[in-house]
Design a protein around this ligand. Sequence first.
Ligand code: TXA
Ligand code: MG
Length: 344
Amino acid sequence: METKVIDVDPLNIEEEKIKEAAQAIKEDKTVVFPTETVYGLGANGLSENAVRKIFEAKGRPYDNPLILHVSNVRSFLEYTYISYALLEKIERLLPGPITFVLKKREVVPDIVTAGKDTLAIRMPAHPVALKLIEYAEVPIAAPSANISGKPSPTMSEHVLKDMLGKVDYIIIGGKVEFGVESTIIDLTQGKIPIILRPGPIPPEKLKEIFGDIIIPDFVYGKIEPDYIKSPGMKYRHYAPNTPVILVEHDDANTMVKKVLEEVKSYNNPLVLCLKEHVGYYKDHNINFDTIGSESNYYEFAVKLFEMLRKYDEKVDAMIIEGIEDKGIGIAVMNRLRKAAYHIL
Ligand code: TXA
Ligand code: MG
């Protein structure tokens, strides 16, 4: 299939370009677009025919539901059952990198929610995403725009590699802001929200708004979930073809010692280390690159999938230094533990 690629400058959007892609959404076509988290692969979320094309392009199992992307707060009332009191709370996070699981209304086709009676709904903050949804005049169902199981796309070259020839349109809008997928919270299980997937909005922020928040153990990515509320959790995720070896965060000496020991097991390994540790590796004749620093976990998050893709199949192992489970670090470590072949 022929893919039309549209280049957009997010800081100076040419409306005509977005209108063309929005028209394609109206015609049940597929459009890849940037969001502030990762690129999404979208189609008309009210059309079963259009949504089926998303599953086909990604090779995604039909029992893994999609997120419905909307461009205004009113849409939450249109597609879900939500009280005004709750809407007032979540409004404080909109638009932004967070998805809410709520009771679904009839208008949303079953294919979007994989037959479940709940809907994952999100209002992204990226100006291109918001405009696209607005002009399409329908909500856009969209998973991350990677081939199923692979790291999510955070840069133009990622979407071109994974999606060219598989979708009708690709909107290129540069590098994303966060680099990990939205935080997902379930608001359907009693009064206290439950985190289903950690993301850019950290638990502390959610506590401020909701008073309390449940963080199940699987959120850290350490154990297999027994609470399969998010069907996507069943599948192996984010994994490049080259094995990832994750070194859990610890004091510098302990981490570096583990890395140097592990390096010996491979012919052509790459170490992805914290900036603060460069000094430990540079005299060891070791192939290394940096992946953020102790002082800025946001930088680590935005480089994570980029690095996993950059070195995939170029080395025979990626040995990665982990960070602490705090703030966006929880999301980073969740993705890394899921991608890891070994954890040290
Ligand atoms: O940042 C993001 O959320 C990106 C951008 C494109 O918006 N999207 C994204 O979509 O990460 P996807 O499909 O890769 O991940 C959505 C996750 C899946 O794990 C899915 O199982 C879960 O959301 N999900 C969808 N509907 C659900 C529901 N009704 N209940 C629980 N989990 C749900
Ligand atoms: Mg995904």
